[in-house]
Design a protein around this ligand. Structure first.
Ligand code: DX5
Ligand code: ZN
Length: 227
């Protein structure tokens, strides 16, 4: 039987003029916060750096997962770890030796994650899976919040779960991109431990209500699969 699925809002579409209030408004309803760091190089968009992570860390007690969409994760990992990241994920295609960056994350005392771009095959990740705390399955092309969920990634999520189980590995499967009330059922069906939702929660209308709705749907779906 599957346990409780954790919900992790991405703050990309939150109101940054009052980010502390935004975070606190959903903190008791959600589990993790998912923080998308973009460098304008690996992806054609810029977001924020360690000082924002540190500000969010001061605003809530929730664990923070920093998703690095940057070309040089090894260079910046220490700053994000000191800023309060509990887990750091990076895209292995940007570095020569992903294993060395995982070593670095372990030495920093943060959970290590690899992010799976929709166009990068799962076979590239197999050598590292046993060492990971999280495998971040991207269901949009990295770069922007509010994109459409890529259905074609669903079989890859099923495969990722199978691979992790076969290896007896501990990694959580976290699904990231385009998850909302219409797509969440297929994500849960494919197998997921942590669901990221950005624009579906920080929708500019009522973030706590949106978070509660997704939380309730997750609980219903997990209840159904347990029966
Ligand atoms: C995309 C990011 C995702 C995404 C989540 O590059 O990694 O975390 O923005 O936001 P939504 O849920 O709006 O797709
Ligand atoms: Zn992300």
């Amino acid at each position: 039987m599957r346990g409780r699925i954790r919900l992790a809002p991405s703050i990309l579409t939150a109101d940054f003029a009052r980010i502390g209030d935004e975070v606190r408004s959903v903190a008791d309803i959600v589990d993790w916060f998912h923080l998308d760091v973009m460098d304008g190089h690996y992806v054609p968009n810029l977001t924020f750096g360690p000082s924002t992570v540190e500000a969010i860390d001061r605003s809530c007690e929730n664990p923070l997962h920093v998703h690095l969409m940057i070309s040089n994760p090894g260079q910046y990992a220490p700053e994000f770890a000191s800023a309060g990241a509990d887990r750091i994920s990076f895209h292995p295609e940007v570095v020569e030796e992903p294993g060395a960056v995982i070593d670095q994350l372990e030495a920093l005392g943060v959970g290590a994650g690899l992010a799976v771009h929709p166009d990068v095959p799962l076979s590239r990740f197999a050598p590292y899976i046993e060492r990971l705390d999280v495998l971040l399955m991207m269901t949009v092309r990295p770069g922007f919040g509010g994109q459409k969920f890529l259905d074609e990634v669903v079989p890859k999520i099923v495969d990722a779960n199978r691979l992790i189980r076969e290896m007896g590995a501990r990694a959580d499967v976290e699904v990231d991109g385009g998850v909302n009330a219409s797509t969440i059922d297929q994500v849960v069906d494919a197998g997921v431990d942590i669901v990221v939702a950005g624009s579906a929660i920080f929708d500019g209308v009522d973030a706590p209500a949106a978070a509660k709705k997704l939380r309730e749907r997750l609980d219903v779906l997990v209840g159904k699969s347990a029966r």
